[in-house]
Design a protein around this ligand. Structure first.
Ligand code: KG4
Length: 382
């Protein structure tokens, strides 16, 4: 299967189904036309994602979500040029739904497919471009803050592919650092190009999001804990409590000690005051958030300083956190960083990021065979 003639618009369908969101996006020549996501409320009652329920919900959602994304983009499926899909990492049952659907649709339309590493998708979310309804103006996916000593906007971003779309001023330029923080990952990635990414630091145990979710769970708050902790933290004192911070070599992270420290402290405080959580939940949330943000930013700063990189991005579900976003702006001012923070809609799992990652592969004619299986585990370097 070969790509369509370069004179016709290129329409890419992106499919994301790695966890509990069924998401489908459509791009025209690299510009986002639609991004439709069906979330799965079924997991709330269990305090975490139940893999079997997730894959069943994907099966129910995939056809209507694809239809809705095509409709919103104003195109028929026969106009599609290629299909990008998340191949991994993630929950295997969930991935299988998206992978199988992508293969079936690509085969029936006789068009190529591009497999996307979900983690690459998060990093490349910074290159999503939207069609601006009213003014017809394109806009980048994120907000940007220029630090005091930050660089200007020269375009050095297409070293390996001259046919790649010219990124908008709000997209980072290569090489840049990306802090990828989600429920399953905490990594510092050196992004050298659209396809060359090197993990220079990562958690040796729990991910930041996982630690937040677990601490929220021991406080008896809802799932997922991240947004709840974020909301409570806004009303609390971040210096009210101190929790242990890890002492890990290099750019690696660790969050399991913090989680244990939070749990043991809470147990002691509850002995003296059974209503301790109710009385102090805002301060607990604010202090927990501050500790996690401090840990994340300290290593990121170390890496940026050592590598002499001032373009620093953040991605993944935890990048929605207000304290972390504020810390990025603060570091931009203090260290002259140029920071890239995704829109809220592109922090959590979404198909727009898969579609743009697939589009770069499409331009390189980097297609995936029908035999490519889904994979549950892989690092961002793959
Ligand atoms: O990238 P993501 O959507 O998915 C997976 O890792 O699968 O990240 C989900 C994580 C969860 O741990 C969630 O609690 C966290 O992102 N999260 C937040 C916020 N919103 C989502 N953490 C802190 N503050 C938030 N506002």
């Amino acid at each position: 299967m070969s790509p369509k003639s370069p004179t016709t618009p290129t329409y890419i369908l992106g499919i994301e189904s790695s966890c509990d969101d069924t998401s489908v996006a459509v791009l025209r020549d690299g510009i986002l036309l639609s991004n439709v996501t069906a979330s799965q409320a079924v997991h709330e009652a269990y305090g975490g994602v139940v893999p079997e329920l997730a894959s069943r919900a994907h099966q129910q959602n995939i056809v209507p979500v694809v239809d809705a994304a095509l409709k919103r983009a104003g195109i028929e499926r026969e106009q599609l040029s290629a299909i990008a899909f998340t191949r991994g990492p993630g929950l295997l049952g969930s991935l299988l739904v998206g992978v199988s659907f992508a293969k079936g649709l690509a085969a029936s339309l006789g068009i190529p497919m591009m497999d996307v590493n979900h983690l690459h998708g998060h990093v490349l979310a910074h290159f999503i471009k939207e069609e601006q309804g009213a003014g017809g103006k394109e806009q980048g996916a994120g907000s940007k803050e220029q630090g005091a000593g930050g660089k200007g906007q020269e375009d050095t971003s297409r070293p390996d592919n001259p046919s790649a779309p010219c990124p908008l001023p709000t997209a980072p330029q290569f090489p840049f650092l990306c802090l990828l923080v989600s429920g399953g990952n905490s990594q510092i990635i050196l992004v050298k190009s659209y396809k060359e990414m090197e993990i220079i630091g990562q958690t040796i145990d729990d991910a930041a999001g996982e630690a937040i979710d677990k601490c929220s769970k021991v406080m008896g708050l809802g799932y997922p804990g991240g947004p709840i902790i974020d909301r409570l933290a806004r009303q609390g004192n971040p210096d009210a409590f101190t929790f242990s911070k890890p002492n890990i070599h290099g750019y690696d992270y660790s969050f399991s000690g913090l989680k244990t420290s939070f749990l043991y402290n809470l147990r002691d405080w509850l002995k003296d005051d059974p209503d301790f959580i109710e009385h102090h939940k805002e301060d607990l949330a604010a202090s927990l958030e501050k500790t996690i943000v401090d840990i994340l930013m300290k290593k990121l700063r170390l890496a940026a300083r050592d590598l002499k990189i001032r373009q620093v991005a953040v991605a993944g579900g935890v990048s929605a956190n207000t304290g972390l976003r504020n810390a990025f702006h603060d570091y931009a001012r203090r260290y002259g960083w140029q920071v890239f923070i995704p829109r809220f809609s592109y922090t959590t799992d979404n198909a727009a990021m898969i579609a743009i990652a697939g589009y770069f592969k499409y331009l390189d004619h980097d297609f995936c065979p029908m035999s490519a299986p889904a994979y549950s585990r892989v690092s961002v370097g793959v």
